[in-house]
Design a protein around this ligand. Sequence first.
Ligand code: MV4
Length: 506
Amino acid sequence: MMSDQLLAKNFDKLLVANRGEIAMRIIRACRELGILTVAVYSDVDRNALHVRYADEAYFIGPPAARESYLVIDKLIDIANRSGAGAIHPGYGFLAERADFAQACFEAGIVFVGPSAGSIRVMGDKLQARQTVKAAGVPVVPGTDPGLDDGQLLQAAPDLGYPILVKAAAGGGGKGMRPVYEFNQLANALVAARREAEAAFGDGTIYLEKMISESRHIEIQVLADRHGNYIHLGERECSLQRRHQKVIEEAPSFVVDEALRQRMGEVAISAARSVDYLNAGTIEFLVDKDKNFYFLEMNTRVQVEHPVTELITGVDIVQEQLRIARGRKLRYRQEDVKLRGWAIECRINAEDPYNDYLPSTGTITTIRLPTGPGVRIDSGVYPGYEVTAYYDPLISKLICFGETRGEAVLRMRRALEEYRIMGVKTNIPFHQHMMDSHRFLSGQFDTKFVEDRFSMSEREASDNLEAAILATLVAHRQGQQASQIVAPGDRDTSNWKWLSRWERLHR
Ligand code: MV4
């Protein structure tokens, strides 16, 4: 059991300890619920949208986050001065810092999230693994805590190669090291421990069998103070580059109703094992035989939460606020019904033709796509300056359709409609992806973007027929929504192709 440090307290004013699109998203939910909002801003965010949109705004310091958005004492002080009874951390910054949740608790401020104890356990990947494993959650075969190098070397042959050396304090791909044969292992242990010690101040490492050709699929869970837990289905997050997700979708091409139910139940068990409260996400690896393994839990609202909102109708941020106010979840598991398909493209200020080099500068003009099935979550505006201080996310473009095909067609339309001047963006990357037959036929894993996708060449189309066949087979096997495949070129005939496939697969 966790030491349960959670405040049960209503509040009608909330401090948003974040910036950009997620600050806007939180303020919008507060507006709808009649909660007053307090924004904070650094020097470069004086004119930011979240500052103008909030009911009050307080200056918090220099642009560098560690002197502003990351300073716990300043945030607690501003909450107290403004009379905010709660703080929403968003994602990034202080969202997964147990000491921040603890500081809020000690100041009598509701932290919109789980307890410091839950964050602490899930933040230590080895402890998280042990805790969920004890609750019956499948984890990747690996080693127990507390082993020295000799014991790790001894354990390796039973796991089988390739092996991943992971840092307990890591996560999100940090401090991971692949080992392909026994004679590399001893060196890898020494190097990984030294790296982890330097990066996290904690040199604890462990071994896991590497699961190759796997997908990253995560389950959204919600938990209230009354012991109710529900899941909102899965998000497919395999399309990543350097551990940064670029496109997410819900549902996943490979998850059928039976698998969804099993993964959902397991995700809830994982959340229960730490007495989890509020919104959280259980990350799984799913191998090509559809075995799934717990990877990590994210103890915050995630960037990609909108795709789940669109297919479930559940407003996740509103639900977070209700939970924090001590209310019961508005949904029982049987109320959660998936409908349609949603895809999110992260529009980043970067140059996809130059190794995704970050692009800074002032956005002089921006015209955002709208219309049926299109949602934009954005914190930028004409005159907004993209700096190197914060992440390069300009906006999230999320498209909904009754079928995967319809969502893709809308995404193509919306990407063409998107106009932005002043910085380079990865819109061409997304357009290229929407033409990729592997994407269209759902044939990708976590290595796809980095290993098989290039902006400079078209994919070889020799697999096209196989892709089409796989799509049809998957469909016949009872996938609820349709899939489409198409050749690579974005010309008129391609468009005819797409709508024909889209119709065929309804
Ligand atoms: C793995 C794995 C394969 N086998 N663990 C990357 C981030 C962190 N959450 C764990 N990660 C992985 N752990 C085992 N045993 C492959 C990855 C991985 C990955 C996972 C999800 C999404 C993208 C990824 C890219 C590379 C590696």
